[in-house]
Design a protein around this ligand. Structure first.
Ligand code: PRP
Length: 220
């Protein structure tokens, strides 16, 4: 990274973007029009700041782009931060958006018949294999994780696993698929994340953005 290259802000696709819009504008960032057009295939967007551009990627990939310094800063949930545990990432601001929880869920019908206290091994479908393994290992249970990228809620009913670990917001997806939440692993919100090397090499600019986002998050 050199001091005169443009700063790159990595933002997640999907529902967080709507919640993020007022924070971006509060921080004085106005992306070019195509950014708000979900049908646009463009992935890289100019802003009203000549030295700042935005890239739009999947939520897990925000952390990867920032950790490897391909983007200087970004927005990611602490679910993603816990899963990867990248030492290169610093998460100085809780943006207080994207509230949900990461939970273990199970088929409602099977709960009465089970005795999980006797389990030494369990199969779990999840996008979060590391968090899941750590969570179950802490109580002496070995979790065999089946990595899925979406539609986790289908897996128990089709016999793929007895548990899923996934994000729960309203709980509607679980209910619609006959599942119930049995344990909460963590409360989730979106954070501003920063590449530590960028913070060291471009402290003026990076601290400026951290301060702006932190003021906007406090004011919300
Ligand atoms: C998330 C999550 C659940 C759902 C939970 O998926 O994986 O499926 O939202 O929300 P609810 O409790 O309000 O029903 P999302 O819709 O973000 O899509 P994804 O599967 O692409 O992550």
């Amino acid at each position: 990274m050199t001091a005169n290259e443009k700063l790159v802000l990595a933002l997640p696709k999907g529902r967080i973007l709507k919640e993020l819009a007022p924070l971006l504008s509060g921080a004085g960032i106005e992306p070019e029009a195509a950014f708000n057009d979900e049908s646009a295939r463009q992935l890289r967007f100019a802003t009203n700041h000549p030295n700042l551009e935005i890239v739009r990627v999947r939520s897990f990939d925000v952390a990867t782009f920032v950790a490897f310094g391909a983007a200087h800063f970004g927005v990611a949930g602490n679910d993603v931060l816990m899963e990867f545990d990248y030492p290169e990432l610093y998460a100085p601001v809780d943006l207080d958006i994207g509230h949900c929880r990461l939970s273990v869920a199970a088929p409602k019908e099977l709960l009465a018949e089970e005795d999980p206290a006797r389990w030494s091994h369990i199969r779990v479908a999840t996008k979060y294999p590391e968090i899941t393994r750590r969570h179950f290992a802490a109580r002496g249970v070995q979790a065999e994780c089946i990595k899925l990228n979406g539609a986790m809620e289908l897996a128990p009913n089709l016999g793929l696993c007895k548990r899923i670990v996934d994000l729960v917001s309203s709980g509607a997806t679980l209910r619609a698929n006959g599942l119930v939440e049995v344990e909460e692993i963590a409360q989730i919100t979106s954070r501003l994340i920063v590449n530590r090397a960028a913070l060291k090499t471009r402290p003026g600019e990076m601290n400026g953005w951290i301060d702006r986002f932190s003021e906007v998050a406090d004011a919300a």
